[in-house]
Design a protein around this ligand. Sequence first.
Ligand code: NAD
Length: 281
Amino acid sequence: MAQLIDGKAIAARVRAEVQVEVARLKADRGLIPGLAVVRVGEDPASKIYVTGKKKAAEEVGFRSWEHHFDASISQDELLAQVRRLNDASAVHGILVQLPLPKHIDAELIISTVKPEKDVDGFHPISAGNLSLGRPGLRPCTPAGVMRLLEEVGCNPSGKRAVVVGRSNIVGKPMALMLLQKDATVTICHRKSDLPREVAQADILVVAVGVPELIQGDWIKPGAVVIDVGMNRKADGKLVGDVAFQAASQRASAITPVPGGVGPMTIAMLMRNTLLAATGGV
Ligand code: NAD
């Protein structure tokens, strides 16, 4: 049976580390990191995510603000709001909760956030820095996966890593982060021969959004399996992209869903905000 990777406990540790740093910053420099979250419209999932982010920010000792706008806000008005936050010195991190309404160009909004305040790590400058191997703010979910690997003593160097999914927010930055740690990386998508590629993986990261797409008997015995997927089934149960029961018979370590990658995303957002406030990237 695989070791269960306890993302909840590891995320709590990351947040506790941030909290200690924040207390030190306050005492030494009178500096309080500030996180502004922008939410547009009434998407129920966005509301839950933003509430969680605000709560975590307050717990670690940040200042935090939620700017909620009606779904009818114009693109120009939203751009003006983002620019106002760019100029606000108490705001060190700006997060625009996605998705945005259809009449708003999300890419334009994201690229208007100052790169130094881009705590989501989605700005083209942040993506470019990652791609070039330069310091910068990294997307929170793949950064959280790297921390999970570290916590279970899995050093990617020289290992075969397979990333299933190539989105700009998870799959692609994930592959680049593993590459930076000297893994031999394969990126898979809809046209890939998944059973063949997955069977090669010493480290398997799946971020697709298809319930239990990855079958347990594809997994290489002893692999470390990280399941980013979060899919709600008809009965309300959350499942990942990996068939957990069968996979945990073969993997050496595996993340559960929920309680694996999910909690890490918010914890790494806290870390990014701290880095943005201290210029520590
Ligand atoms: P996305 O839809 O943007 O990207 C999915 C990727 O999977 C695409 O690159 C696509 O090519 C690939 N794909 C789709 N179907 C496939 C198939 N049948 N075979 C192979 N590849 C296929 O999704 P995303 O934003 O990257 O999110 C992926 C999953 O991760 C979702 O379930 C999402 O809810 C979850 N997620 C979780 C967290 C977290 O904090 N735990 C954060 C972000 C995303």
